[in-house]
Design a protein around this ligand. Structure first.
Ligand SMILES: [Zn+2]
Length: 418
């Protein structure tokens, strides 16, 4: 029996599923969801549980400057860069059992399966739980992985405050007291490669009846704020042809942009999610409208082209309706492309296991987008019920949960030998 076959046989659906349920009790809600926000007492308790499972197997734990937690199984070559696998244990305030925790527990199952199979890997393997992926208590999200990969500064990130004025640095110090782990400076560990398993948070895998998604990358995001300024006027006395109705102009702009977005194709995600009319009075012609645009696509050039379409459309509409327009770009996040060799390895791993897989792009951000800047990285998705996440009703089947862990196990075993 090959090492890979031994590891596949050692991955336990029962053990992994029980761990998912056990972990969900930390911050568990009455509706069956999870409220385990970053650097909270519940987050610390979850980390303690993970470390306890690790200690029972003789794995070491470490925590770095930003609170990222690592569980390590040594390799034959103790000085070699480790293969790092994991995700995050923090959740949204009304989150579910799987977003984040699944990736950490699938990674831990891989570590245990390799230990159970009695395999001495060449490289060390480390399971990671990144600090504050969700970004709901402290913003932005993916802070732990962002600082680790050099995308964000450590000092300013530790100063971030939550809504009640508590500082991330102080809250992480509390976590270190509640869930003590030896300190290891992040500069002392550079991954050889990074793998992350996650629920899809979208409907494609479930709809296709396919258990595994191999993620090619994470789409880029641009956010805009659009203002159209008309003229407030009496609804009864002002003839329509003399009006400068900002709402009519805004509807024209949004309708045109939706049509333009459809013409680009399904991969372009164009959303107007907020819309404010002023003065919002039933008998006054609207004098001003502000709306948001959230624009996503895997290719930055496509985003740039549509960025120009937005500008041109708002300008044309403004002229036609006599309502000056202004488009402000609030943020721009570049798309992530995962490593082709790691993607190829995931394809081989799924094929070896005889799992059908779908190649897709991630619509949501993940810790892997930061890791991809410093080492070869890729992600595995599993289906979740109706694609629902950031919701207490989040659900996945035990069969899909273990399928994702097996793909991760095969790929990790192969990576440690390279
Ligand atoms: Zn997540």
């Amino acid at each position: 029996m090959s090492d890979v076959d031994k590891v596949i046989a050692a991955v336990s659906e029962e053990r992994l599923w029980q761990r998912v349920l056990t972990m969900a009790a930390f911050g568990g809600t009455a509706k069956g969801g999870v409220n385990r926000q970053a650097a909270s007492a519940e987050d610390a308790a979850a980390q303690n549980q993970l470390m306890a499972w690790g200690a029972a197997r003789g794995f070491a734990s470490f925590r770095d400057e930003i609170g990222n937690l690592f569980i390590r199984r040594d390799g034959e070559d103790a000085t070699a860069a480790p293969i790092v696998i994991g995700s995050h244990l923090d959740s949204q305030p009304t989150g579910g059992k799987f977003d984040g925790a699944y990736g950490v527990l699938a990674a831990f199952e891989v570590l245990e399966a390799i230990a159970d199979a009695g395999i001495a890997t060449q490289r060390p393997i480390e399971v990671v739980s990144w600090t504050n992926e969700e970004g709901s208590r402290f913003t932005p999200g993916a802070m732990g992985s962002g600082v680790f990969a050099g995308s964000y500064r450590l000092d300013t990130t530790l100063e971030t405050k939550d809504r009640s004025g508590l500082k991330l640095g102080d809250e992480l110090a509390q976590v270190a007291v509640r869930a003590p782990a030896p300190f290891r400076a992040m500069a002392d560990m550079r991954p050889a490669a990074y793998l992350e398993a996650h629920i899809e948070q979208g409907p494609l895998l479930e709809a296709a009846g396919i258990p595994i998604g191999i993620v090619g990358g994470i789409q880029g995001i641009r956010r805009f704020s659009v203002d159209l300024t008309g003229e407030e006027a009496h609804a009864g006395t002002t003839p329509r042809r003399l009006r400068k109705d900002a709402l009519v102009a805004a509807i024209d702009a949004i309708t045109t942009l939706n049509r333009e977005a459809d013409a680009v194709g399904e991969a372009l995600r164009f959303t107007v999610g907020t819309f404010a009319v002023s003065p919002s009075s039933p008998n006054t012609v609207p004098g001003a409208v502000r709306f948001s645009i959230d624009l996503r696509h895997p290719d930055d050039a496509t985003l740039s082209a549509f960025d120009q379409t937005i500008g041109a459309t708002v300008e044309a509409v403004a002229r036609a309706h006599g309502c000056p327009g202004r488009v402000e770009r609030i943020s721009r996040v570049l798309p992530t492309t995962f490593d082709p060799r790691v993607i190829a390895l995931l394809r081989e791993s799924a094929a070896l296991l005889q799992y059908q897989y779908l190649e897709l792009m991630s619509g949501a951000g993940h810790d892997a987008m930061h890791l991809a800047k410093i080492c070869p990285a890729a992600m595995v998705f599993i289906p979740c019920l109706k694609g629902i996440s950031h919701n207490e009703g989040e659900s996945a089947t035990a069969g899909d949960v273990v399928a994702g862990a097996r793909v991760l196990a095969v790929a990790t075993t192969r990576l440690t030998a390279r």
